[in-house]
Structures are given as structure tokens and as C-alpha cells.
Design a protein around this ligand. Structure first.
Ligand code: ATP
Ligand code: MG
Length: 437
């Protein structure tokens, strides 16, 4: 991808235009990270880019952005531009083509505002980006207040980049973020969703949520999480603090390679606790898993999470309290759980939940892991049922219905339990349900 992007730059330069790597890829390169994609900024106008390069797509021609497809990759090639007027708090009212310096000034943060000429090996830094990378600072280009009022998404982008790179906020940037936090609620759910996911999937998800809360942004976008603050847990088991502290610690402890759904489940696994708090002989939260799944469902629906993922997160939350049951249930039922496609994700939630508690006690988790390994070694895949509904109906002279399904289920259970190993034995088991006898 990198050599191809250099070839595109070469072509543009040979035709007499200026052309550079721009934005995120320059930042990543200077920080020693491999860029995800290579965006190119050039003095060539959209039509000139289209004329010069073979395969192009006018994805944002009105903004001067042309997608160039080369060597199996797509590159955004954009004409140097300035934006003017952001009356909707989101998109410029008009853009006009300009020069590299003006193009740098329309970008959000200094670290995202540099250009690099890969052929001459020369950096063009009009905004002090290099200095801020060195100091590890997130710093708006220009006046932070104006930049946030132009495009409110930048509030979330600031938190995302800060946590993606383990930076700090420049004080002016920090104060402006806090001052305008309310504007985050005006950002479209799709854009919020995308930024939140990048925070959750990034290297510091719990710190990112802490930042959102500290900056008063979280109460605008997921107020349900703020309700976890101050909800006490039984002190004899939880020294880490309240439900908020525990939830963030669980998220921080979640396996960093775990899929996004697991991380969301870790963050929200106890979100039902504020509504189910009860004081009997000690603090209890009856039904908090089910309640939590319901609240998480509302949040994720609002964030426009894909339904399939939302249901998975809800499933993980609903079942996050079943560790003890999994130890106690008979091998057949335990096997049915272990063989579920999502079971290992549930294990990741169990583990994060246990590690989110101080003092950490992994003994129950380790017991389940041992039982999982033992039962899976004996029967690594979901076996094919030895008997089917057809067998049941034929043998017992029954009509299709719930009862048939129940008998098939019982037989399958025996099979998972290891008590029935052959079809003959399974058929004999069914025969026991023959009422005529
Ligand atoms: P990532 O690695 O996450 O893609 P990136 O810096 O490439 O980071 P993009 O969202 O791909 O971020 O945007 C590319 C560049 O466009 C940014 O580096 C920045 O210069 C500019 N940019 C993107 N979004 C905005 C915005 N909302 N306001 C101002 N400039 C922006
Ligand atoms: Mg990018």
C-alpha cells in the first residue's frame, strides 16, 4: 500500500502538481506506527486527478476528494482546500481550493495537521504537530472553542485520539472540551457510535470512558452509565469501590484482544444494579443481570448498534452471573453451555468481572475453565442427535408438537451427559415415554 501511494504521488508531481501524504498517516509514521491508510493531499483539482489516474471514484467531489484505486487498494486523494462556515455544527457550508498551509488549518488537531513528501523525505508542519507529538499532547489547531463549534464530533475525536496514543490534553483543549461537552448530544448517533467503538476497541477503553465522564460528555451520550457512580457494593467482597469503579476496572481488565461485543458487555454488565439495589442482610441486586440486559439493549439501540451485535451483548450480560451454576449443573447441561458458539466470549466476561474486583479471586473462574477443558476434551464438538422428532413420532405414535421436542431434548441431554452412546440405546430411552405401556 505504501509503495503504491508513493507511485500516485510521483505521477501527480511529474504532472507538475504538489502532492503529499496528509493527516493521520504522517502522524502515525512520525510516531513509529504503521499507518492504516495513506491519504494524499494535492494541488491538482478533482478533474485533474481523474484525468491523470486510471481508476477513480468521485466519492466527495464537492469537497475535492477523489478515491483512487491502485494495486488493490483505495487512496483518498484530496485537493488542498479550506472550509468556510459550519452553520450545522457538522459540515462546512462551502469549500474552496487553496494551498497546503490553509489545508492544514482546517484539520482538527495539530498531530493530524501535517504533510509529508515521501520522495523528498520532507515534513511540512504549519501547525506545530511535531512538537505536540514530542510532548504527547492533543491540541486543537486554532481556537479550540471555534473548532468545536464548527464540528461537534471533534469533542469525541479529541478523547479518542488522546486515549489511542496515551497522550494528554493541552489545557486550552481540555477546558474547551469541558465547556462545550453538551454539544456532544447533537452529534449524530452514527458518528458517536463510530467514535465510541474506536475508544472501546483501542488500547485504553476504561480511561476513555473515565475521560468522557470527567469532561461531562458521558452524561450527554450514555447517562445510564453515570448512574453507576455512588452505587455501593458489599464491602466485604468489593474493595475496589462502587459499581462504577468495578465496571471500569472490569473493562480495563478485559482481554485486549476480546471482540468489541465482549468489551461493551464488560462495561455494561452491572448496568442493572442501580435499579435493583436492595438491602437485606447485606446489599443485594436481585435480577440485575436481566435488568442490565434490558438497559443495555436500550442504549445500544439508541447508538444504532447492529441488531445482531446488540443481541449478543445482551446475551452476555444476561448470563454473566452463571458461574456457580456452571459448576453445579450436571455434565450434560454444562456441555450444552460449553458448546455454544458464544461461550468463550462469556468466559471472557467472567474473567474480566472477577479481575474487576479487589481482592481478585479467580478460583471460581479457574474451576469453570478446568471443567470446560475436561468436558470439551471428551466431546469437542456438538454431536449429532442420535434420535430425531421423526423417530419419536413414529415410535410413540405422536403428532408434531411441543411434547415431541421435549422428548428429543431429553434424549439429547442424556447423550451430552455421556449416558447414551448409541442409537439403539437412544431409541430404548424414547420407548420409556410410551404411555400405552
Ligand atoms: P485514523 O487512524 O483513525 O483513521 P486519521 O487521522 O486518519 O485517524 P480520519 O478520520 O481518517 O483520521 O481523518 C483523516 C484526516 O482528516 C485527519 O487526520 C484530520 O486531518 C482530518 N479530519 C478528519 N476528521 C476531521 C474533523 N472532524 N475535523 C477536522 N479535520 C478532520
Ligand atoms: Mg484515517
Amino acid at each position: 500500500m505504501k509503495p503504491t501511494s508513493i507511485q500516485i504521488i510521483e505521477k501527480l508531481k511529474q504532472a507538475g502538481y504538489q502532492a503529499y501524504w496528509a493527516g493521520g498517516c504522517v502522524r502515525d509514521m512520525l510516531m513509529g506506527h504503521e499507518p492504516k491508510d495513506f491519504d494524499i493531499a494535492t494541488s491538482a483539482k478533482p478533474e485533474e486527478i481523474e484525468d491523470l489516474l486510471d481508476y477513480t471514484k468521485p466519492v466527495g467531489k464537492e469537497f475535492g476528494v477523489i478515491l483512487v484505486i491502485e494495486g488493490g487498494h483505495a487512496f483518498e486523494v484530496a485537493t488542498f482546500r479550506s472550509d468556510s462556515g459550519y452553520s450545522d455544527g457538522r459540515r462546512p457550508d462551502a469549500v474552496f481550493f487553496s494551498n497546503p498551509e490553509a489545508d492544514a488549518l482546517r484539520r482538527d488537531f495539530t498531530i493530524n495537521g501535517m504533510f509529508y513528501d515521501p520522495i523528498a523525505d520532507k515534513i511540512f508542519d504549519y501547525v506545530g504537530g511535531e512538537k505536540d507529538i514530542e510532548a504527547k499532547l492533543i491540541n486543537f489547531i486554532g481556537d479550540p472553542h471555534e473548532r468545536i463549534l464548527e464540528d461537534h464530533l471533534r469533542i469525541l475525536r479529541a478523547v479518542r485520539f488522546k486515549n489511542q496514543f496515551n497522550f494528554q490534553y493541552n489545557p486550552d483543549t481540555y477546558n474547551a472540551l469541558k465547556k462545550h461537552a453538551k454539544l456532544a448530544s447533537k452529534v449524530s448517533m452514527e458518528r458517536i457510535f463510530s467514535e465510541l467503538n474506536k475508544m472501546i476497541e483501542g488500547p485504553n477503553p476504561a480511561q476513555a470512558i473515565e475521560d468522557l465522564s470527567e469532561l461531562k460528555i458521558l452524561e450527554e451520550i450514555i447517562p445510564e452509565l453515570e448512574k453507576l457512580r455512588g452505587v455501593p457494593q458489599p464491602l466485604q467482597y468489593h474493595h475496589e469501590g462502587d459499581v462504577w469503579d468495578h465496571s471500569l476496572k472490569a473493562l480495563a481488565e478485559c482481554d485486549k484482544h476480546a471482540p468489541r461485543n465482549v468489551k461493551w458487555a464488560c462495561l455494561m454488565h452491572d448496568i442493572g444494579k442501580p435499579d435493583t439495589f436492595d438491602l437485606e442482610e447485606r446489599i443485594r441486586f436481585y435480577g440485575h443481570a436481566e435488568k442490565g440486559a434490558e438497559i443495555a439493549g436500550e442504549i445500544l439501540r439508541r447508538l444504532k448498534f447492529p441488531k445482531k451485535d446488540r443481541l449478543k451483548v445482551q446475551w452476555l450480560i444476561t448470563h454473566h452471573m452463571m458461574m456457580e451454576q456452571l459448576i453445579e449443573m450436571n455434565p450434560g447441561r454444562a456441555r450444552a453451555w460449553f458448546l455454544k458458539e458464544e461461550f468463550l466470549q462469556l468466559m471472557q466476561v467472567f474473567e474480566a468481572d472477577a479481575k474487576g474486583i479487589i481482592p481478585v479471586d479467580l478460583s471460581l473462574y479457574d474451576k469453570i475453565l478446568a471443567r470446560y477443558r475436561k468436558l470439551m476434551a471428551q466431546m469437542p464438538h456438538m454431536p449429532k442427535p442420535l434420535v430425531t422428532g421423526k423417530d419419536v413420532m413414529k415410535m410413540l405414535g405422536m403428532k408434531p408438537g411441543k411434547e415431541v421436542g421435549e422428548i428429543v431434548g431429553k434424549a439429547f441431554h442424556q447423550q451430552l451427559d455421556g449416558k447414551i452412546k448409541t442409537r439403539t440405546k437412544a431409541l430404548a430411552f424414547i420407548q420409556k415415554f410410551n404411555k400405552k405401556k
